[in-house]
Design a protein around this ligand. Structure first.
Ligand code: PFF
Length: 470
């Protein structure tokens, strides 16, 4: 009986940690606005296909590499082959890039906790929209909030991830889930919600392009925290008793569930209020306050709880990003944890200030034609994570011994993994070319060609020179 409970406890702990990393701004902020920009349900369908046929398999691969070696990303890959270690380094760079803009949005969520009880939710829909634009294009306020969010990360990661954040997540993640269900019901029952339901459930492929596929693939990897070794690192903490494949399916299901719920919560309301679906990054910060503003006093309370929960969801993801960098500096560079965290934090703070200001005073850069925020976003999500996922599939399928993987995934033959052959076939033969095709088609289709070229050059240089870095 004792034993049973212990097992339960550890499994829940792991699933929560991995789901905490996966469920974040990617689901609630990014997924709905990408869906809005990419025409709705056709995008959702493509995204789901990628999650099921690519995402789950890559997650199983990452868990296997991590648990098999007991090491974080760079060390794990190095165990199998020196030549591929650059993929781990790419992961560290991805973590930096994502942490260059993620805290900016995390800061917006923090600011909106305060905005919720200082009158935002009593304003008209138009004023709520103006408030958001005014806020993010400002200089002082968004930068301060970004720094507050980053400092929270620094404090948590400096202490080691376990502890307070886990406790907060255990309460607030279910709260967020329940709130989203509640908002979804409210949203679905608004007058004029039908158009929104159609938008997310009736596929219209007329606007699908190569860029749509690339966006969906990038979102699948981003949302599941794949392609950069975060899940390798988490896998390295997993006990030998756990079923890796089963855990991967649970984490994926939770992640997709929250994303879809966020979409169902937002689009019916958005159409009901006659707004444009292609709102861009402001979607959740505009639509959710508008829904709450229609509810009177209780709406203010919901607003506060929603943005606290959003900030915590963001935090449980961003600490895993920071940990990827810190674990690398500790394991491979022999740094002390505190020094690694503070050094990393300073670099991320500079990136974050630039990203935040690029929403307003700085604006787009020459040649690249995008702002710093978008640069970090596009580089990580459309290039690094996808290629990282492809390389991880190649390493798993072609470099790691198949029988080692079979033993890992069946816990040395003590449990069954009926789909092992299917999984191995996918990882070896299907996923690498599939990702490559999506990447190539997307690259030709995307507007930010200069950014794409820059990203590919960086990956190429890393592949050639990173052996010197190990
Ligand atoms: N999955 C997180 C989200 O959806 O917000 C973002 C993320 C976390 C991406 C950790 C990558 C990662 F390693």
């Amino acid at each position: 009986m004792e034993k049973q409970r212990e097992n339960w406890g550890s499994r829940i702990g792991f699933v929560l940690a991995a789901a905490g990393s996966a469920v974040g701004l990617g689901n609630i902020w990014r997924f709905p606005y990408l869906t809005g920009e990419n025409g709705g349900s056709a995008f959702i369908l493509i995204y789901l296909v990628f999650v099921i046929f690519i995402g789950i398999s890559v997650m199983i691969a990452e868990f296997s590499l991590g648990r098999n070696t007991g090491l974080a990303a760079v060390g794990a890959i190095k165990t199998y082959s020196d030549r591929w270690t650059f993929v781990g380094i790419m992961g560290v760079l991805s973590a930096f890039l994502i942490m260059g803009f993620y805290p900016v949005v995390g800061g917006w969520a923090l600011a909106y906790i305060v905005e919720s009880f200082t009158g935002l939710l009593t304003e008209t829909p138009e004023a709520i929209e103006d408030t958001f634009v005014g806020f993010i294009t400002g200089s002082f306020q968004p930068v301060i909030w970004m720094l507050v969010f980053l400092v929270l990360n620094i404090v948590i990661v400096a202490k080691g991830i376990k502890g307070g954040i886990e406790k907060a997540a255990k309460v607030l993640m279910p709260t967020l889930f329940i709130l989203l269900i509640f908002i979804a019901i409210r949203s679905l029952t608004l007058e004029g919600a039908g158009a929104g339901i159609e938008f997310i459930f009736r596929p219209d492929f007329s606007e699908v392009t190569g860029a749509t596929f690339l966006a969906a693939l990038g979102q699948a990897f981003f949302s599941l925290s794949l392609g950069m070794g975060a899940m390798i690192t988490y896998g390295s903490y997993l006990s030998k008793k756990e079923t890796l494949a089963g855990n991967a399916v649970i984490v994926t299901a939770l992640d997709v569930g929250v994303a879809l719920l966020a979409g169902i919560a937002m689009f019916p309301a958005l159409f009901a209020f006659g707004m444009e679906p292609a709102q861009g990054p402001g979607l959740v910060f505009v639509v959710i306050p508008i829904v709450f503003s229609q509810m009177g006093g209780i709406g203010v309370l919901f607003g506060i709880i929603f943005f606290i929960a959003l900030a915590v969801a963001a935090l449980t993801s961003s600490v895993s990003l920071m940990e990827v960098v810190v674990a690398y500096l500790i394991d491979q560079r022999g740094m002390l944890r505190k020094k690694a965290v503070y050094g990393t934090g300073i670099v991320m703070a500079i990136m974050g200030v630039l990203a935040s200001l690029s929403m307003g005073v700085i604006g787009p850069m020459p040649v690249l034609q995008v702002g710093v925020f978008d640069l970090f976003d596009i580089l990580s999500d459309k290039i690094f994570l996808g290629l990282g996922g492809m390389f991880i599939a190649i390493i798993t399928g072609w470099v790691v011994n198949k029988e080692t993987l079979r033993a890992e995934l069946t816990n040395d033959g003590t449990i069954e993994f009926k789909l092992f052959e299917v999984w191995h076939f996918l990882i070896k033969w299907i996923i690498p070319p599939a990702v490559a095709i999506v990447a190539v088609v997307g690259i030709f289709d995307i507007e930010q060609t200069a950014v794409m070229i820059l990203g590919l050059v960086v990956v190429g240089l890393l592949a050639v020179f990173s052996r010197k870095l190990n």
